[in-house]
Design a protein around this ligand. Structure first.
Ligand code: HEC
Length: 322
């Protein structure tokens, strides 16, 4: 996954050393949507063993495959001739190799989007894109940049479009997910059930890590549960979650709209209600349809040069964001 090079380790009380370090920004950092992996090499192991992803049954199975791989000799060279004697050691070696690979700028943080060219003074945003950026930054409109940071850091590093904070947005339930066939099952992010160390913290239920929006236009599913499939729909959710909840959430048998239907009622107080949220039902959305298109146009300027070709392929490969 791209642009994780400055991702901090998970902590419940994050103090930003770039801004005002007396402010507790709350739960921040860690790999995966719930921040449960402490490092890139730990993260690398999770999809290898997850039944929903690469589906290896055990560390032993991965180690055996590594030993048969065409690059087995390279692993021996890097980690010692006996690296395959202990499956745990071989598995760890593969994780470390992946971690180092993920530090290669060309592959993992190339900064070759149009927006990067603009920051370098080598390009200009189009009219709709520039309007979109203003709406993205405007605290009374999108207010997106309050979490998806759009400006350079104090030391001049280009923005990653995330502050890595964990926040509850009340994203609708994705009824297409197998696990959700059980009405009693809820993926609550930071408080579990996949992550287990903070299960006694009801105030963390429903929180997920703010993802980078770099290359967001090439994804085909949005948010931790993949409930939306177009960028415009993801932005519209922000604009209309509170003004038109009937549009986003399921109904109970009595016809009443179940707002935040992917979160048991006792956790609804965890959901963020600041701009772009917080209007009354039936009130004016924070972004009009034309403004949603402008924000989408801006977000499309965050696509790296090598990812742009993906957009022109029919049925381009799906990539999951972790
Ligand atoms: C209060 C912090 C916050 C604000 C404000 C915010 N976001 Fe997000 N954004 C998040 C978090 C947290 C997630 C992941 C939530 C989840 O999946 O449950 C997210 C996810 C997304 C995604 C899905 C990306 C993916 O990888 O699937 C998009 C697109 C997005 N935000 C765009 C925006 C736009 C556009 C705005 C402004 C209209 C905005 N965000 C405002 C925190 C924020």
């Amino acid at each position: 996954m791209r642009y994780l090079q400055t991702l901090v380790a998970f902590s419940e009380h994050h103090h930003d050393n770039d801004g005002d370090d007396s402010i507790d920004a709350g739960p921040t950092g860690g790999h995966m949507w719930d921040g449960r992996a402490g490092s890139a090499h730990e993260q690398a192991g999770l999809p290898l063993l997850s039944p929903a992803e690469m589906g290896n049954a055990s560390v032993q199975e991965v180690a055996a495959k590594l030993e048969r791989a065409t690059y087995a000799d390279e692993l021996r060279k890097a980690f010692g001739d006996d690296v395959f004697r202990d499956p745990q050691a071989a598995f760890k070696a593969a994780g470390l190799a992946l971690e180092v690979f993920q530090q290669s700028p060309k592959d993992f943080y190339p900064f070759t989007s149009k927006y990067d060219a603009v920051l370098r003074g080598e390009a200009k945003l189009g009219i709709a894109e520039a309007r979109g950026l203003r709406l993205f930054n405007d605290g009374n409109k999108g207010n997106c940049a309050s979490c998806h940071i759009s400006e350079r850091t104090q030391d001049g590093a280009f923005p990653l479009f995330t502050d890595f904070g964990l926040i509850a947005l009340g994203v609708p339930r994705n009824r297409a997910l197998k696990a959700n066939a059980d009405p009693a099952y809820f993926d609550l992010g930071l408080c579990g059930p996949i992550r287990t160390d903070l299960k006694d913290h009801p105030e963390y239920c429903g929180l997920f890590r703010t993802p980078t929006l770099r290359n967001v236009a090439v994804w085909q599913s949005f948010f931790h549960n993949g409930v939306f499939h177009t960028l415009e729909e993801a932005i519209r959710f922000y604009a209309q979650r509170d003004t038109a909840p009937q549009r986003w959430y399921g109904r109970a048998a009595n016809g009443i709209v179940q707002k935040y239907d992917d979160l048991p009622a006792r956790y609804h107080g965890n959901v963020n209600v600041e701009a772009p949220f917080g209007q009354k039902r039936g009130g004016r959305p924070s972004l009009t349809e034309a403004e949603i298109r402008d924000v989408a146009a801006f977000l499309r300027t965050l696509t790296d040069a090598d990812q742009q070709q993906l957009l022109s392929l029919p049925g381009f490969a799906h990539s999951v964001s972790i």
